[in-house]
Structures are given as C-alpha cells and as structure tokens.
Write a protein that binds this ligand. Structure first.
Ligand SMILES: *[C@@H]1O[C@H](CO)[C@@H](O)[C@H](O)[C@H]1NC(C)=O
Ligand SMILES: *[C@@H]1O[C@H](CO)[C@@H](O)[C@H](O)[C@H]1NC(C)=O
Ligand SMILES: *[C@@H]1O[C@H](CO)[C@@H](O)[C@H](O)[C@H]1NC(C)=O
Ligand SMILES: *[C@@H]1O[C@H](CO)[C@@H](O)[C@H](O)[C@H]1NC(C)=O
Length: 260
C-alpha cells in the first residue's frame, strides 16, 4: 500500500473506521477502555469522549490536542494491558471486524490482531507524541489541513479521505518536518526492504531527496513519557457511557494499514 502522507494515512484510516456506526457490543467494548484502570492510565481515553458528544460537525482538532496533552506524560501501556484490551474489543466488535473480512471467532485471527497491536503500539505512541517546537505534530498537521482544505470533523472525514487519496492535500502539509519524522519512525522501526525502497522513491519524488535522508529535522522532539508500563495509577475516575468513541486502538488500525 502506497500513500503519500504517513501522518494523514495514520489519522484518516483510524478516523474513517471511527466515523462508522458501531454496534452496541462494540461501543460497550470501547467504553471498557475508558473505565478500565490500566487502559485509562496509558491511553487517556476519557479525553476522547467530547469528540463523540460534540457531534459530527464540530472540529475534532482541539479535542485531539487535549487527548495528547494528557496521554503523552502517562506511562506507556504494557503488553498485557494491550492484550486484554484488544481481546475485549475484537470480541465485542466481531461484526465490525467481519466487515473487513476478519472473523474474530477464529482464535488464530484474534491472536494475530493482538500481536499486531503489540507490535505497532510503540511506534503509535512515538508518532502521536511527536512535537514540532511546542505543538503536537498531529495537531499541526490537522490545523494545516483545516487552513488549506476543510474543517476536520467526523462528517468531513470521507471528503478528506477522498481528497487525500487523489493527492489534493497540499505539499506543505504532506512534506512537513512532522511528516518527515513520522516517515523516519515507520521506516526505521519496521524496515521491510522492498517496500521501504518503494516508499523512499515515492516520498523522495513528492517531497525531495532530503525528506528520505533519515535525519530528524531541527525543532522536532519526542514528548512521550519514558516511564515504564503500569507505574502510574493516577487516572481520574470516569462514569460509564455508550456513545461512539474514537478509540486509540482504532487509530492504531491506521498505522497498521500504512505499514501492512
Ligand atoms: C451537519 O452539517 C450537515 C451539512 O451541512 C447538515 O445537513 C446537518 O444537519 C448538520 N448536523 C447537525 C447535527 O448540525
Ligand atoms: C510486546 O509484544 C510484541 C509482539 O507480541 C513483542 O514484539 C514485544 O517485544 C513485546 N514487548 C515487550 C516489552 O515485552
Ligand atoms: C500551505 O500553503 C497554502 C497555500 O499556499 C497556505 O495558505 C497555507 O497557510 C500553507 N500551510 C502551511 C502549514 O504552511
Ligand atoms: C502520572 O500521570 C499524571 C497525569 O496523567 C502525570 O501528571 C504524572 O506526571 C504521571 N506520573 C508519572 C510518574 O508518569
């Protein structure tokens, strides 16, 4: 799969999934991420609730920025937390996974999904916590899309996805320093020689040779906490809810879609 923007590939694939109507059992499983102490402590999911409550026509950029502001100082998730959470989601969202041709009643399919989540989580965590100066890269990119294309709302996701697939997102968004560092992380952490060579060629053509030189642009930094899993138990209590949630695990599907 060849896409012209690593960060947008990442954001839009996740949000496209999230923009669909989810079954009751899937919503319940996603709600479990909010109420479970372990996931609450490493994924800051309650900060995403406003996205569901605001409705489809309100920009999601500020809520995402708020989510990252809380998420990045948190300790990272342990593999066992990721496993428990993904098993619950895969079971609860059986119908949704089936629509992608994945039958989660098959234990081999579930095991494979769990290991994909565990494998890509570290890069997910690094990418979403990248900053350019004081601004999260995700926020900077989505703001740039809002300035030059359309507001980033749930209802506009299909429009944005379509514009991006057709190469209509401006180069100053897709070739930014933030995009470059995202590209660095993906190609460094998941080297797949033939694919990496193709990606290098495509991004080099679109953004110039310096984009693929592997160096970190000045001003770009990593804000993810280096605190190990499970060492932070200060999560705020959260009541139950059952609305559409833009689950971080769903956003992770975006990364997997890019890399696979
Ligand atoms: C969202 O915007 C669309 C298109 O402008 C409109 O038809 C719809 O009524 C709006 N929905 C809400 C809840 O405001
Ligand atoms: C977590 O699981 C993944 C895949 O299952 C593995 O590659 C990785 O090394 C594990 N990480 C830790 C810290 O054990
Ligand atoms: C990208 O370019 C457009 C048009 O030239 C401009 O309006 C916009 O502000 C630029 N965005 C960034 C992030 O530089
Ligand atoms: C624990 O989380 C809180 C809020 O999420 C944060 O302010 C604090 O720095 C964290 N502590 C550690 C050790 O990560």
């Amino acid at each position: 799969m060849l896409r012209s923007s690593a960060l947008l590939s990442f954001a839009f694939s996740g949000l496209s999934v999230a923009a669909q109507l989810l079954s009751d059992s899937c919503q319940t499983a996603l709600g479990g991420i909010v109420t479970n102490q372990d996931t609450a402590n490493c994924l800051n999911p309650s900060a995403l609730i406003p996205i569901a409550l605001n409705g489809g026509n309100v920009s999601i950029v500020q809520p995402i920025d708020n989510w990252l502001t809380g998420l990045c100082p948190q300790a990272s998730c342990s593999n066992s937390t990721l496993e428990t959470a993904s098993r619950n989601i895969v079971a609860g969202c059986h119908a949704e996974f089936l629509s992608f041709g994945l039958d989660s009643n098959d234990p081999l399919v579930t095991d494979r999904l769990v290991s994909i989540v565990q494998r890509y989580y570290p890069a997910f965590h690094s990418i979403v916590c990248l900053k350019n100066s004081d601004t999260f890269c995700i926020t900077e990119t989505l703001r740039a899309v809002e300035t030059s294309v359309v507001p980033v709302t749930i209802n506009n996701i299909p429009v944005l996805n379509d514009l991006w697939q057709r190469g209509r997102i401006p180069a100053n968004v897709t070739c930014s320093d933030c995009e470059k560092e995202t590209f660095n992380i993906i190609t460094r952490d998941y080297p797949r020689p033939p694919i990496t060579t193709d990606l290098n060629a495509a991004f080099s053509e679109q953004c110039g040779a310096a984009f693929v030189d592997g160096s970190t642009p000045s001003g770009i930094s990593q804000s993810a906490s280096t605190t190990g899993p499970g060492s932070n138990n200060s999560a705020a209590g959260v009541g139950s809810f059952s609305l559409l949630v833009v689950g971080p695990s769903v956003a992770m599907a975006g990364l997997a879609a890019f890399v696979l």
